[in-house]
Each structure stands twice: as structure tokens, then as C-alpha cells.
Design a protein around this ligand. Structure first.
Ligand code: PMP
Length: 287
């Protein structure tokens, strides 16, 4: 089945879907994005991702391209036209196309909007989650506004590639104090040596993951002890469990960090339970 992309008001065959060479996303990474997971053709954690998209646009003073309702229809229609039942839908909004010049383009320059969707069977993630994945650490060299979901992802790309070259699934980025910030495209969690579930607090220069927030709500309703407090690489290596969260990976157990086995080297009970709870809830509430 051929894929279809939405580009600035039109649905186009994926291979012919293009933006201008002077799109500011291409020239300056002057744009933001959002990703929803799709279950049964419906979008999960819908409001959380939509609200974060609007916040990212507001923070960068990029015009909101269309009403929330219209945008919702475009996202759902792109999923439908690509016949995605389980997978991901991606939106990118940039400050539009204008002659290359650093300041914002003239007022009224329309933002560019592209939407794509692709299949990613949950069963594939489940197979990885059943075994657990490897994580490596990497210096966090990003800017000071990682709370905005911008397409400026070069440090994240370099970290993920470093992980791949070491046979790992994800890179956990580490700040100058030796504390883990987050994964290259995920939020990082541990169950520490004392049994406390921990993830870095969302005020401190990380992306406020929508999956992270949903899992934290589940953690509270399960009555688990947890702290939103950063952990060091050493603490992570001595942890009982490690895992990461994202819209594409849900809750993914990590069984080694820099080659050091975590716990007994198998996915832990907390991560396994949270994955199941999260998947059930996301499926049920998708729209
Ligand atoms: N941190 C970073 C740097 C990310 O890119 C992502 C996913 N885009 C996440 C965390 C996870 O966020 P979410 O749960 O909203 O997918």
C-alpha cells in the first residue's frame, strides 16, 4: 500500500511530498514536532500531545497553523489514508518558507505543516520489552530549552547513533554533574537500590514526556513510592530496575547500562507492570 503525507493543505504520495528549500525547518531547524502512538487506528494520549504542540509553538512564537479541530481531523485522516492500525503519527510545524535570513520572516508568513503516519506493530515492541534492551551513556550537549519539542535534534541524533554503534537501543544523556537527564528520544527511570522509583524532575531542562506524565499518574494510582529526583550514572548502574518511556516505545525495560547488568539482567516487575498498565490505558483512551 502506498503511503500518503499531508503537506500544507494537500494529501500527496509520500515520495512526492516536498517542502521548499528555504523552509525554515530545513535552514534553521526553526520548527517543532509531535508524535502520537496509534492503537486500532486511534491516537493515544491525544490531549497531552496536542497541548504540548501548542505550548512548543507558543514558546517559539510560531503561528498556530489551524484550529485544534481542523488539526485533529488532519491527523486522523492521515492515519486513515495510510491504513495505520498500530503505529505512529508525526506532525512537524515550521516557521514557514522565506528568503534565508536569521530574524523571523515577515508577519503573515504561513507556517509549514506536514503530517506523516507509519505502521509499527506493538508486537515488535513487546518482543524487545520481554527481553529488555541495552542502554549506553553519552554526554548531554544540548541547549537550555529541551522542554520545547524542536526539530533541532542533532545532539540526540549523535547520541542515538553512538548507542547503535555500541549495539544498544538507547543513549541516556548525562549532565556535567554526572546525573542522567533523559534518553535521546525517551525519558529515563530507575527503581533505585532502595526500591524507590525515580525519574528526573520535569522542571530541569528535559522534555516533559507525555508518556512520562501518564506513567506517573499510574504510579500514583498503584500506590508505588516514587520521587521526581535526578539519579547519577552510578545509581543507575546499581539500580534494581531501569526503563525508559516514550510514545513510540511505551515503557521499555533496560537490562544493561554501559555493559553493566541491571538487577538480574532481566526486565523487572515494576517496568513490566507499568508497561502493561500503560498499554491498556492508552488503548482504551485513544481517540
Ligand atoms: N525525551 C526526548 C528528548 C524525546 O525526544 C521524547 C520523545 N519525543 C521523549 C523524551 C518522550 O516523550 P513522549 O513520552 O511525549 O513521547
Amino acid at each position: 500500500m502506498s503511503r500518503v503525507a499531508y503537506v500544507n493543505g494537500q494529501y500527496r504520495p509520500h515520495g512526492q511530498a516536498t517542502v521548499h528549500i528555504e523552509d525554515r525547518g530545513f535552514q534553521f531547524a526553526d520548527g517543532v514536532y509531535e508524535v502520537w502512538s496509534v492503537f486500532d487506528g486511534r491516537l493515544a494520549d491525544f490531549d497531552g500531545h496536542m497541548t504540548r504542540l501548542h505550548r512548543s509553538l507558543d514558546e517559539l512564537r510560531i503561528d498556530i497553523p489551524m484550529s485544534r479541530e481542523a488539526l485533529t481531523r488532519v491527523l486522523q485522516e492521515t492515519v486513515r489514508r495510510n491504513r495505520v492500525t498500530e503505529g505512529l503519527v508525526y506532525i512537524q510545524v515550521t516557521r514557514g518558507t522565506a528568503r534565508r535570513d536569521h530574524p523571523f520572516p515577515p508577519e503573515g508568513t504561513p507556517p509549514s505543516v506536514i503530517v506523516t503516519a507509519r505502521s509499527l506493530p506493538v508486537s515488535k515492541g513487546n518482543a524487545a520489552a520481554a527481553k529488555g534492551v541495552a542502554v549506553v551513556t553519552h554526554p548531554d550537549i544540548r541547549w537550555g530549552r529541551c522542554d520545547i519539542k524542536t526539530v533541532g535534534l542533532l545532539p540526540n541524533v549523535l547520541a542515538k547513533q553512538a548507542a547503535k554503534e555500541k549495539g544498544a537501543a538507547e543513549a541516556w544523556m548525562v549532565d556535567e554533574m554526572g546525573l542522567v537527564t533523559e534518553g535521546s528520544s525517551t525519558n529515563a527511570w530507575i527503581v533505585d537500590a532502595d526500591g524507590v522509583l525515580r525519574t528526573r524532575d520535569s522542571q530541569s531542562n528535559i522534555l516533559r514526556g507525555i508518556t512520562r506524565a501518564a506513567v506517573l499518574a499510574l504510579v500514583e494510582s498503584e500506590g508505588l513510592t516514587f520521587e521526581e529526583r535526578a539519579f547519577s550514572v552510578d545509581e543507575a548502574k546499581q539500580a534494581r530496575e531501569a526503563f525508559y518511556t516514550s510514545a513510540s516505545g511505551y515503557v521499555m525495560p533496560a537490562v544493561s547500562i554501559d555493559g553493566v547488568k541491571i538487577g538480574d539482567g532481566k526486565p523487572g516487575p515494576v517496568a513490566t507492570r507499568l508497561r502493561e498498565l500503560y498499554l491498556n490505558q492508552a488503548r482504551r483512551d485513544a481517540i
